[in-house]
Design a protein around this ligand. Structure first.
Ligand SMILES: NC(=O)c1ccc[n+]([C@@H]2O[C@H](COP(=O)([O-])OP(=O)(O)OC[C@H]3O[C@@H](n4cnc5c(N)ncnc54)[C@H](O)[C@@H]3O)[C@@H](O)[C@H]2O)c1
Ligand SMILES: [Zn+2]
Length: 379
C-alpha cells in the first residue's frame, strides 16, 4: 500500500486536482456559498466562448435550480439547452443515456461543447458517462447538489450506468473540467439524504491520515457536530481535499489507495442488499463505520475511547435510527452478502479497518468469520 505523498494545492475556496493519465491534466473543485448564481462566470474561464452547454438535471431540481443556472450561463454568452430526466437511481440506465444522446444530437453538440450535470450522484454519473462517450469525449462540468455528490461522486472521475440489475456495470474513468459545489443547495435537500451524506463525511474523518498524512478532521467534526450547518463550506472543502488526494495518487484504482474510501462499505453493502436498498447507501455506511471500528477494538488495534466518540457523533448527525437497524438481519445472512462484495480478494473478505487513532486505516483479509459474525450480531 503506498504512503500518501501528494496533496492537492488549495485556497480557501478551491482545490486544484492534478492528474497524470487524462485530459484535462488539472481541474478545480470550487466550494462556495452562492456559486450557483455564478456558474456562468466560472465556466467562461475554462470553456470556449459562446460554445454550447447541455444542462442535465432531474425532475426534482428542474424548478428549483435549472432556471438560475441556465440564466447564469446564458448571461455569460453560452448557448444553453437542457435535458431533464426522472429523479432516482433508475435514471442511471442505458435507456436514459439514450435520451441524453438524443438531446445532444438535437442540440448538435460537438467535442468542444459541454455537458453540465446539475444534481446528485445519479445525475453526475449519467452526465459523466454521456460526456465521456459522445464524440469519444466532450467537456464535462459537475455542479453537485447533494452532499454525497459534493464530497464524493463528483470528484474522482468514475462514471457509470447500471446494467442487468448490476450497479455501475457499464462506465468509464473520465475527469470533469471543473467541479462547482454550492453548499447552499443543501438547504433544500431532504434531511434523510443529508444525514446519509454525513456518514461519508465521517468516513473521511476516519481515513484522513492514511490518505493525506494530515490529521484532526475527525476531532473537528466531533467539535462542530452540534451545528455543522454553520461550517458546511469548510467541511465540504476538507472532504474534497481528501478525495482529491486519493484520486491524484490512484487515478484508475490500480495502486490500492482508493480502497481506503471503502471504509465501512463492505459491511454497509450487506445491509443495502438485505434491505433491498430500503436502507440508503450512506445510512448503511454509518452502520459499517460503527461495525468496522468496533471490530478494530475487538482486535486490539483501535482505542476504546475513540470508538466511544463515534456512535454519539453519528447520532448527532441524524443517523441514530440507522445504527439501530444493524441487528435487523441475521448475522449469517449478512456474512453471505459480505462474501459477495466485488472488492473481496478471492475467498477472503477484504475489510478496511480503523487502526491506532481516528484518521488511520489498514486493509485486512485475515479477520476470522467468527469475529465478523460477533460484530454483525451487535456485540
Ligand atoms: N462516481 C462515484 O465515484 C460515486 C461515488 C458515490 C456515489 N455514486 C453514485 O451516486 C448515486 C447516489 O447519489 P446521491 O446520493 O446524490 O443520490 P441522487 O442523485 O439520487 O439524489 C438524491 C435525491 O435528492 C434529490 N436532490 C438532489 N439535490 C437536491 C437538492 N439540492 N435539493 C433537493 N433535492 C435534491 C434528487 O432529485 C434525488 O431524489 C448512486 O447512483 C451512486 O452509485 C457515485
Ligand atoms: Zn459510499
Amino acid at each position: 500500500m503506498p504512503e500518501p505523498t501528494t496533496l492537492p494545492s488549495q485556497t480557501r475556496d478551491s482545490v486544484l486536482v492534478c492528474l497524470t493519465h487524462q485530459e484535462p491534466r488539472e481541474y478545480r473543485i470550487v466550494v462556495q456559498a452562492g456559486l450557483l448564481q455564478r456558474v456562468g462566470e466560472e465556466c467562461v474561464q475554462i470553456l470556449e466562448p459562446n460554445s454550447k452547454i447541455l444542462i442535465l438535471t432531474d425532475s426534482n431540481l428542474e424548478a428549483k435550480y435549472l432556471p438560475l443556472v441556465q440564466k447564469s450561463l446564458e448571461s455569460a454568452g453560452f448557448l444553453v439547452s437542457s435535458c431533464v430526466v426522472p429523479a432516482g437511481e433508475e435514471s442511471k440506465s442505458l435507456a436514459v443515456a439514450q435520451k441524453v444522446f438524443e438531446a445532444a444530437l438535437k442540440a448538435n453538440l460537438s467535442r468542444k461543447d459541454t455537458i453540465l450535470g446539475l444534481g446528485g450522484g445519479v445525475i453526475g454519473d449519467l452526465a459523466g458517462f454521456c460526456a465521456s462517450t459522445w464524440h469519444r469525449g466532450m467537456n464535462l462540468i459537475h455542479v453537485p447538489t447533494t452532499l454525497v455528490a459534493q464530497v464524493d461522486s463528483a470528484i474522482g472521475g468514475k462514471t457509470a450506468v447500471n446494467f442487468g440489475q448490476v450497479k455501475n456495470m457499464v462506465g468509464t474513468f473520465y475527469q470533469p473540467r471543473a467541479v462547482l459545489a454550492d453548499p447552499e443547495t443543501l438547504q433544500t435537500l431532504p434531511p434523510r439524504e443529508l444525514s446519509a451524506g454525513l456518514a461519508e463525511v465521517v468516513k473521511y474523518g476516519l481515513i484522513e491520515t492514511s490518505c493525506t498524512g494530515e490529521s484532526g478532521f475527525f476531532n473537528w467534526l466531533f467539535e462542530h457536530s452540534g451545528n455543522l450547518k454553520a461550517v458546511f463550506s469548510q467541511m465540504i472543502h476538507r472532504c474534497a481535499c481528501i478525495k482529491a488526494s486519493v484520486v491524484m495518487q490512484d487515478e484508475t484504482e490500480t495502486r490500492g489507495l482508493r480502497h481506503f474510501l471503502n471504509l465501512g462499505h463492505t459491511f454497509g453493502h450487506a445491509y443495502e442488499s438485505l434491505s433491498e436498498y430500503g436502507i440508503l447507501h450512506g445510512e448503511a455506511v454509518a452502520i459499517g463505520l460503527e461495525q468496522a471500528t468496533r471490530l478494530s477494538v475487538h482486535l486490539g488495534v483501535f482505542p476504546q475511547s475513540a470508538y466511544e466518540q463515534l456512535a454519539p457523533l453519528l447520532s448527532r448527525l441524524g443517523l441514530a435510527e440507522s445504527l439501530k437497524r444493524q441487528t435487523s438481519y441475521p448475522p449469517d445472512a449478512l456474512l453471505v452478502a459480505m462474501r459477495q462484495d466485488k472488492k473481496n480478494l478471492g475467498n477472503h473478505i477484504r475489510l478496511i479497518l480503523p487502526e491506532q487513532a481516528p484518521g488511520r486505516v489498514v486493509v485486512r483479509t485475515d479477520v476470522p468469520d467468527s469475529l465478523i459474525l460477533q460484530v454483525l450480531g451487535g456485540q
